[in-house]
Design a protein around this ligand. Structure first.
Ligand SMILES: [Zn+2]
Length: 197
């Protein structure tokens, strides 16, 4: 697939969504006609797992990862995925897919009986590992991002990948502090997955 990733830096708010930079990817498609995002899905990812700060996640999302660079990459060779946002350990927010489009982050999934969560969700990846904790800078960036997105879209819930693909996915995992995210957003508990409180 041709790579059309473009890198551009923003210091000002873009459409009221405060991001650090954007790295556009081809890994997206249209949302179903008339569907607007109403669900935020939180993920965790690091490549190789548990190693932070490198370029590998951006490379995965832009189909430029060298599959032979690490033994772990053999297990995900050829994978074409993306998320709308990636929040680094430093709190840097990188956007890969316009929120109007459908990113490829949730896979087979269902929330409150509604399948195919990618159709109606926004995917936010945190640089991290299931079971590991996350940085305070990431919570602050995530809470700001959630609030920005909720001003733009009718966001009903914010949940983890583990809540829309139970048994198959386990991120962001037990190290993620949902109560802290609730506190920082000021959102009611009902906006989160019942399992986390
Ligand atoms: Zn995930």
């Amino acid at each position: 697939m041709a790579l059309t990733a473009q890198l551009s830096a923003f210091t000002e708010a873009v459409d009221r969504i405060r991001i650090s930079s954007s790295v556009w990817t081809d890994n997206f498609g249209p949302r179903p006609r008339g569907v607007v995002p109403s669900l935020l899905i939180i993920h965790s990812i690091s490549l190789p797992p548990g190693q932070y700060g490198g370029p590998e996640v951006e490379q995965l999302f832009t189909n430029t990862l060298d599959w032979d660079a690490h033994p772990y990459f053999q297990s995900i060779r050829g994978l074409q995925v993306s998320a709308h946002f990636f929040i680094r350990r430093t709190g840097e927010v990188i956007q890969f897919v316009d929120c109007e489009h459908r990113a490829w982050h949730a896979g087979q999934s269902v929330w409150q009986g509604r399948p195919n969560c990618n159709d109606y969700s926004i995917g936010i990846e945190l640089e991290g590992l299931e079971g590991d904790t996350f940085e305070l800078a990431q919570y602050h960036a995530l809470a700001t991002l959630c609030q920005d997105l909720a001003r733009r879209y009718p966001i009903e819930h914010v949940v983890g990948h583990e809540h829309v693909a139970p048994g198959r996915k386990h991120d962001p995992g037990p190290g993620f502090d949902w109560a802290l995210l609730q506190q920082l957003t000021g959102w009611p508990a009902q906006r989160f997955a019942p399992a986390v409180f």
